[in-house]
Design a protein around this ligand. Structure first.
Ligand SMILES: [Zn+2]
Length: 322
C-alpha cells in the first residue's frame, strides 16, 4: 500500500489524522453506528419515541416484515436500548431504557439536518417545546459556549490510548454496495439522513473527512477499505451532496451540507462514549479556538434549553399511519 503523501511530511499532520502502523482509530462513532444506524433499528427506536410499545404496534406502524422486526428487537434488547416488560403474548411490551431515551438528541440532530438539506417544502414534523411553549427546531451547540458546532473551528485532542491495535480479523464487509433505500411509512427527515450515512463504511469515510483526511489513499491507509468499496461510498456521498471533488485542493472535501452533518455525528460520539465504548471515558476532546474543552448538546432554537423527549410534543404535517 502506498503511504499517503502527507505522511512523508509535506504539511503539518494533525495528531488525529493517521493511525500509527498496525493501529486503528478507537472510535465511539463507529461502534455507535453498529448499534444504531441500521435504518430499521432506528425506525423502531423512533416509533418507541412516538409511543409504540407492542410488537403488533411496531409491525403495523412500520409495515416491517415480522422476522426483521423480531431480529431487530432482539438486537435492541441485547444492546440495552429497549427492555421487555410483562410476560409473553399480548402483555409483552417494549420500553426505552435510559440509554434508549438518550438517543433522543441524536434523533433531533438528524431531524434538523434532514429538514434543512433533504426535505422539500414543509418539514414532516413540527416540534413544540413544552418548557418554553414555543415551536422550535433543534440546534446542536457546544454546551459550554452556546456556539453552534462547527467542524472547521474545532481542534481534536486525543488521549494516549486513542489508537488501538488493528484487530486480527478483517473487518466484516457486510455490504459491498449500499443503496440507502428509505423504508419507513412516515416521511422522516432523520431517516433521510440515515439513508445516506446509515451504512458502516459510508459513516467511517465521512468520519475520516472530519479528521482532516481528503485523499483516496488516505482513506485506504486509515480504514484498510477495498478500493472498489471506497469508490462506491465516495460516489454515494458525492451524489447526496455531502462532498465535492476538488482538483485544485486535491481529493474530496465536505460541502456545507457535509459540514452540517457534524452536529448529529458528534452527538453520536457523545452517546457512544457514554453508553458503548468506554463507559464515560473520553475518546477524544473537542477544543475550541480559545482552548476550552467543549461538548455538544441539542437545544431548543427558541429558548436555548436542553431538549429531552418528555418536554417535546409534535404535530405531523402528514397523515400518520394508523
Ligand atoms: Zn424552548
Amino acid at each position: 500500500m502506498s503511504v499517503p503523501r502527507t505522511l512523508r511530511g509535506d504539511e503539518p499532520v494533525r495528531e488525529d489524522k493517521y493511525p500509527p502502523k498496525g493501529y486503528v482509530r478507537h472510535s465511539a462513532e463507529s461502534e455507535t453506528i453498529e448499534v444504531l444506524a441500521d435504518t430499521w433499528t432506528y425506525l423502531i427506536i423512533r416509533e418507541a419515541f412516538f409511543g409504540a410499545r407492542r410488537f403488533a404496534e411496531f409491525q403495523r406502524k412500520l409495515a416491517i416484515p415480522r422476522a426483521t422486526l423480531s431480529n431487530r428487537l432482539v438486537h435492541l434488547e441485547k444492546n440495552k436500548i429497549l427492555r421487555r416488560v410483562g410476560k409473553t403474548g399480548e402483555h409483552k411490551q417494549y420500553r426505552l431504557t435510559e440509554r434508549g431515551i438518550d438517543v433522543y438528541p441524536i434523533t433531533l440532530g438528524m431531524m434538523w439536518f434532514g429538514d434543512k438539506w433533504m426535505c422539500e417544502g414543509t418539514p414532516p414534523l413540527a416540534l413544540f417545546h413544552k418548557t418554553c411553549r414555543s415551536w422550535f427546531s433543534a440546534k446542536v451547540v457546544w454546551r459550554e459556549t452556546g456556539q453552534p458546532v462547527d467542524a472547521k473551528k474545532i481542534f481534536i485532542r486525543i488521549p494516549k490510548d486513542y489508537w488501538i491495535p488493528r484487530p486480527k480479523k478483517t473487518i466484516r464487509q457486510r455490504r459491498a454496495t449500499w443503496s440507502g433505500d428509505v423504508q419507513g411509512r412516515r416521511p422522516c427527515s432523520a431517516e433521510r439522513m440515515l439513508s445516506v450515512v446509515g451504512d458502516r463504511w459510508t459513516f467511517l469515510v465521512l468520519q475520516e473527512l472530519f479528521h482532516g483526511n481528503h485523499r483516496f489513499d488516505e482513506f485506504i491507509h486509515n480504514l484498510e477499505i477495498a478500493p472498489g468499496i471506497l469508490s462506491g461510498r465516495l460516489s454515494n456521498l458525492h451524489r447526496a451532496g455531502f462532498i465535492e471533488k476538488s482538483d485544485e485542493r486535491g481529493g474530496y472535501h465536505l460541502t456545507q451540507m457535509g459540514l452540517d452533518s457534524y452536529g448529529p455525528m458528534i452527538l453520536m460520539k457523545v452517546w457512544g462514549e457514554r453508553w458503548v465504548v468506554r463507559e464515560n471515558q473520553r475518546n477524544f476532546d473537542c477544543v475550541d479556538p480559545e482552548g476550552r474543552v467543549v461538548n455538544p448538546v441539542a437545544v431548543c432554537s427558541s429558548c436555548g434549553g436542553l431538549l429531552n423527549a418528555h418536554d417535546v410534543s409534535y404535530v405531523c404535517n402528514y397523515t400518520p399511519p394508523t
